[in-house]
Design a protein around this ligand. Structure first.
Ligand SMILES: [Zn+2]
Length: 282
């Protein structure tokens, strides 16, 4: 947490709330924790100087990275990691615990980065570097892209791989931004067990998997993301997401399947848990 849908919700909020605003001041909070979040900058001043006076022109997302393009040829990059969250508040709003960076705008309001475990990151890099740097596009599929790869290509990618399908869904080089929650929900929706080997899938299975992948993540964005567990992600206004109310299997061990009423089970998968319906998934 947060996974891809939460990052997308934050991106859409930033488009509404931050584009067109000019940065008045930047505070990196005292202490070494804040420095971990801006670790690509050796000094607070370097980070601040690149931002103060710049206007946010547009917001983009590449995978789990949020890119705030500035009018000074720089980009403010935010990766929420496992526990990070951005909020937009008035300047007088009380500072939440674990706030590391506060960006104030000339017409009021502040963008704040909160991250209890410092697993996320915020930094400034030149626009030229961002667009030439392949690491931002290190995955094959972004299921929330307007045009994710055609399903035939998805299918040939799956055919060319072996191993448990859950591992493939969690593979950041294949699909960006899926963790335990969405991988389990996508697998339920496609009727596949987590340990099915990807080279045993029929073309109908692959088609269903592809459709479930796109639809589940779009449903999650529509529900304004998931607020659950570590980090307690919220949207820019501090509101929780609602998708956890729609979970079909994740963390529902012993509860009835919403489709067939069988009890949902939890199984070990490597060092993590995975949830499934033993009747609906094979
Ligand atoms: Zn079921």
């Amino acid at each position: 947490m947060p996974e891809l849908p939460e990052t997308e919700v934050t991106k859409r909020d930033l488009e509404k709330e931050v584009v067109g605003r000019r940065i008045k001041d930047v505070e990196v909070r005292p202490g070494s924790n804040a420095m971990k979040v801006i670790k690509r900058h050796g000094r607070r001043k370097e980070f601040q100087d690149l931002l103060v006076g710049a206007r946010v022109d547009r917001v983009d997302r590449i995978g789990r990275n949020l890119l705030l393009e500035l009018d000074n040829e720089q980009v403010l990059v935010v990766n929420l990691g496992r526990t990070g969250c951005l909020t937009k508040t008035s300047a007088s709003g009380e500072l939440a615990a674990h706030t590391h960076v506060v960006i104030g705008f000339t017409i009021g309001g502040q963008l704040r980065m909160v991250d209890p475990k410092m697993s996320g990151e915020i930094y400034v890099a030149p626009k030229s570097e961002i667009h030439s740097d392949g690491k931002f596009r290190s995955f094959l599929i972004d299921p929330l892209d307007n045009q994710p790869i055609p399903w035939q290509e998805f299918s040939s990618q799956i055919e060319g791989r072996s191993g448990a399908i859950k591992a493939l869904l969690l593979d950041e080089a294949f699909i960006c931004g899926l963790g335990d929650i969405y991988s389990d929900e996508v697998l339920f929706s496609s009727g596949l067990r987590f340990d099915r080997s990807s080279d045993t899938l029929s073309s109908q299975d692959v088609r269903r998997l592809y459709r479930s992948l796109v639809e589940t993540l779009q449903d999650a964005v529509r529900a304004r993301g998931t607020t659950y567990g570590e980090g307690r992600w919220t949207d820019l206004q501090g509101n929780p997401g609602m998708f956890q109310l729609e979970f079909k299997v994740f963390e529902r061990e012993g509860e009835p399947c919403r489709r067939c009423r069988s009890a949902i089970v939890r199984e070990r998968y490597g060092n993590r848990s995975t949830y499934l319906c033993p009747q609906c998934q094979s």
